[in-house]
Ligand binder design. Structure first.
Ligand code: 9D3
Length: 250
């Protein structure tokens, strides 16, 4: 998979060159290229922004450098028509399902928004998708672009060692993870739950599933869909005295 990122802060993208994604790029499964928006200006001052038509505070990112950048990227890519993602607080929220959908594409181009905004023609005539990573205000689209690239790259075969763990990860199953422990069995007086030391694999499986249900209900009740619960899930919730909290909602 090929991902191109267009930004006014190309130096901010080193996190994508290290760790898991760095190794995936060396292995040829993934190719991430970062482009400096300023390289696609033609004026002496390499100006990427300008004052808004109609007045008001702040600056607006000019359209031409974005269109020129996408023309250049398309010309040097052998891949079929790319999805062009614009990062924006007005975008659709990134989810596990959407990241998986993007991972099915051969080629993604991510345009990083900034300042007060971006010329509307980039959104209307160039972008195929407008994406936000959540309801909090950041200073720009660079971190969101890295979040999108990371979430998408995980689904590319071979990027994450264990393909099975990508498929079954939280969200897809609709439940949060269970608590994990390793040695020592006691630390500063805090003990590992005894069931995990029991060697009873069936009891361990049941305990972990009960923990997942309890956590999800406490922290992310929005993820728990009553119809997706198995008979065992209901029994485990009943043992925790939580069954009414699922069936009684709405
Ligand atoms: C004062 C400016 N804001 C008025 C509504 C608009 C605004 C523009 C640009 C606010 C933040 C930003 C910078 N953020 C992003 O470009 C961004 C973002 C975010 O802030 N949160 C979550 N996802 C994203 S994707 C891009």
């Amino acid at each position: 998979m090929r991902i191109d990122i267009v930004t006014i802060f190309p130096e901010a993208f080193t996190p994508l060159q290290v760790s898991l994604l760095g190794r995936a790029q060396e292995g040829g499964r993934l190719q991430i290229t970062v482009w400096d928006l300023r390289e696609f200006t033609t004026d002496r001052h390499r100006q990427v922004d300008d004052a808004p038509y109609g007045g008001g505070a702040g600056m607006v990112l000019k359209p031409e450098p974005f269109f020129e950048a996408v023309d250049t990227i398309r010309a040097e890519s052998s891949k079929t028509s790319p999805r062009i993602i614009l990062t924006s607080p007005q975008g659709v929220r990134l989810t596990h399902a959407l990241a998986q959908e993007f991972a099915g594409e051969e080629h993604l181009i991510i345009l990083c928004g900034h300042y007060e905004g971006i010329d509307e023609r980039v959104r209307e005539q160039l972008a195929t998708d407008e994406i936000s990573i959540g309801d909090y205000v950041l200073t720009g689209g660079e971190l969101p672009a890295m979040v999108i690239a990371d979430a998408v790259a995980r689904f590319v075969p071979g990027v994450v060692g264990d393909t099975a763990s990508v498929e079954v990860d939280s969200f897809s199953e609709g439940l949060l993870d269970y608590p994990h422990y390793t040695r020592p069995a006691e630390y500063r007086g805090w003990s590992v739950p005894s069931v995990l030391l029991s060697g009873d694999h069936e009891a361990i499986r049941r305990w972990r599933q009960a923990q997942r249900l309890r956590r999800t209900l406490a922290r992310r009740p929005d993820l728990l869909k009553a119809e997706a619960l198995s008979d065992e899930d209901r029994r485990l919730l009943d043992e925790l005295d939580l069954e009414d909290e699922v069936s009684g909602r709405e």
